[in-house]
Design a protein around this ligand. Sequence first.
Ligand SMILES: NC(=O)c1ccc[n+]([C@@H]2O[C@H](COP(=O)([O-])OP(=O)(O)OC[C@H]3O[C@@H](n4cnc5c(N)ncnc54)[C@H](OP(=O)(O)O)[C@@H]3O)[C@@H](O)[C@H]2O)c1
Length: 311
Amino acid sequence: MTTTSANEKPILVTGAAGDLGAIGRNVTEMLLAKGRKVRALVRREDERAEGLRRLGAEVVQGDLTDLQSMHRAIEGVSRIYFGMSVSPSYLEATVNTAAVARHHGVEAFVNMSQMTVTQMSISETTDSPQHKLHWLAEQALAWSGLPVVTVRPTVFLEGFFLRLAAAGVKQRDELAVPLGAGKTSPISAVDVARAVSVILDDPAPHIGKVYNLTGYESADLEHYARVFSEALGRKISYRNVPLDAWVEALRGLGVPDHLVSHLSVMSKLHAEGRYDRMTDDLIRLTGQAPTSVHDFVKLHAAEFTPREAAA
Ligand SMILES: NC(=O)c1ccc[n+]([C@@H]2O[C@H](COP(=O)([O-])OP(=O)(O)OC[C@H]3O[C@@H](n4cnc5c(N)ncnc54)[C@H](OP(=O)(O)O)[C@@H]3O)[C@@H](O)[C@H]2O)c1
């Protein structure tokens, strides 16, 4: 009788369709490139699911809060990356996935969290509903006895510096975000995915560890406006947008309350200097330096450039 070794079993990647940071999609691609089998969990069958199949992943459709979905997703896998978009059901999804993982037995459970959790404790919290859910999820995973690896990145470049800033840069040459005068070290979600893929490729040395991931440098928004200017070849100015007006604009765009509350608290914590952080965990894990804001802006130049100028 032959048994399937852990290295031959597929690795489950959740949140694989990808939205803001698309860590799951990038992890899927990186693991496949390393020759690993990947089972990619998506919430719905769509073009993104087809794209994952074309890459070579086995695609499973399901909901992270649903028991039967998670049995289908976890049965027969050896290792799990757990991550999903910021949402009110984050804790339920984590505990549901962890309960099923305990039932089937896995050799690694890599949990995506946030770096602010490093500054939280039984008596210290923040007003963000998502920070609180991540802290509780980490507590539950610690009690679970699962072989957990915790990844806590700082703010992603793909959020405040791309999706939430691109229109202002493109239309008015301004980096218009409510981040005050505090320093921050934004990280590319692709770098975060690279760290996760390294851990999943050989998890044993990482079990029980917590990795705090930061970007290339910690600097204020005036500095980053100069970096945008150099990368785009035109003057970009920082405008510290009043938080209330920015929050109202997000609500007007239909952004869900949970996410608006989280982004609002992140902005306040930035202004208070709580995102002025640097670690070397990313380079120690991956051997590669973090992507600089300059390189990130160059990579996404089309999204920051008016169409007539790009033509
Ligand atoms: N953004 C930041 O600045 C930042 C910083 C540090 C840490 N993080 C953490 O990074 C994680 C987010 O990672 P990401 O940006 O890679 O995520 P993402 O791309 O925004 O979302 C990943 C996927 O999760 C799926 N999903 C949501 N709810 C689900 C459910 N109930 N069942 C199954 N799938 C579900 C979504 O599916 P659909 O697309 O079909 O809806 C989405 O494609 C979170 O833990 C967040 O706290 C983010």
